[in-house]
Design a binder for this molecule. Structure first.
Ligand SMILES: Nc1ncnc2c1ncn2[C@@H]1O[C@H](COP(=O)(O)OP(=O)(O)OP(=O)(O)O)[C@@H](O)[C@H]1O
Length: 257
């Protein structure tokens, strides 16, 4: 797969975050291009999640600048970022177990459109049912759409969790370990879905870009246009899957271990 070309959709420069003496993220820089699937790999504790949470406004970085389509978005709230077209998934499931799959999707989009208060008092569908149905079909979860999410298998809940991030028709979605805890037989299906969502017309007219943190190396190598390797809070390498596989420093520090 050839890397996607063009000006940056997301640009991160000089990002730093310390916890006391721990330099969790120490001068990280990278760019994600429109339409790109950008992987982030690295050993446990290398700063991947801290970088993610800094980009997503969930924690305040000590230094650095984050730009979306050339605009400074450093320190904007997650809700404001969502309104500007940035979605995310978490390492842990965010579904409401007592609500149906379809309602989980609708609520995810209502969150995008307003406050918790407005979500609670919005009309039950808010015109979002068609969008939810589109994603239910794309994610092949029609047979469980009216079941309570808590009654589904972990893998099915993970699919609902990922689908929720797409209700707001984002330009960019940051996925934190989409394969974690998922049965290996479902991993290929998640990869296929993300490739579909990366193409134009999968949802609405938009081609979505991704930043994906993942420990499953086969998944990352197959899915991503480019991959960034983080080690001890710093960027060790950025390159295509073939370049990363052939990078001796990366092999010694991470992949070879
Ligand atoms: N809230 C916190 N308070 C103190 N130290 C933290 C906090 N969050 C992260 N750290 C430390 O920062 C470093 C980077 O952690 P981070 O979770 O970002 O790494 P990671 O690459 O995402 O790891 P994993 O692959 O295990 O999820 C680690 O040393 C971690 O212990």
């Amino acid at each position: 797969m050839s890397p996607v070309q063009g000006p940056a959709l997301l640009k991160v420069s000089g990002l730093k975050k310390s916890y006391g003496a721990i330099r969790a993220v120490n001068g990280v820089e990278f760019e994600v291009r429109p339409g790109e699937i950008f992987g982030v790999i690295g050993p446990n504790g290398s700063g991947k999640t801290t970088m993610f949470n800094s980009v997503l406004g969930q924690i305040t970085p000590d230094a650095g600048r984050i730009e979306l389509k050339g605009q400074d978005i450093t320190n904007l709230s997650p809700l404001e970022l969502n309104r500007r077209g940035v979605g995310r998934t978490f390492q842990t499931l965010q579904v409401f177990g007592k609500m149906t799959v379809r309602d989980n999707l609708i609520v995810a989009a209502q969150e995008h459109g307003g406050s918790m208060f407005s979500r609670m008092f919005a009309p039950s569908d808010s015109g979002l049912g068609a969008k939810a149905d589109e994603l239910i079909d794309l994610f092949r979860i029609r047979h469980v759409a009216d079941k309570k999410a808590g009654e589904l298998s972990y893998g099915q809940q993970k699919l609902v969790d990922i689908a929720m991030a797409f209700m707001s028709e984002p330009d960019l979605v940051l996925l934190d370990e989409p394969c974690a805890g998922v049965n290996p037989s479902l991993v290929g299906g998640i990869s296929t879905l993300l490739k579909q969502l990366n193409q134009k017309h999968a949802v609405g007219e938009k081609a979505c870009s991704f930043v994906v943190i993942e420990h499953n190396m086969d998944f990352v190598m197959d899915l991503c246009h480019r991959i960034m390797v983080m080690v001890e809070g710093e960027v060790m390498a950025i390159g295509t899957p073939a370049e990363i596989r052939g990078n001796k420093q990366v092999l010694d520090a991470y992949l070879g271990s």
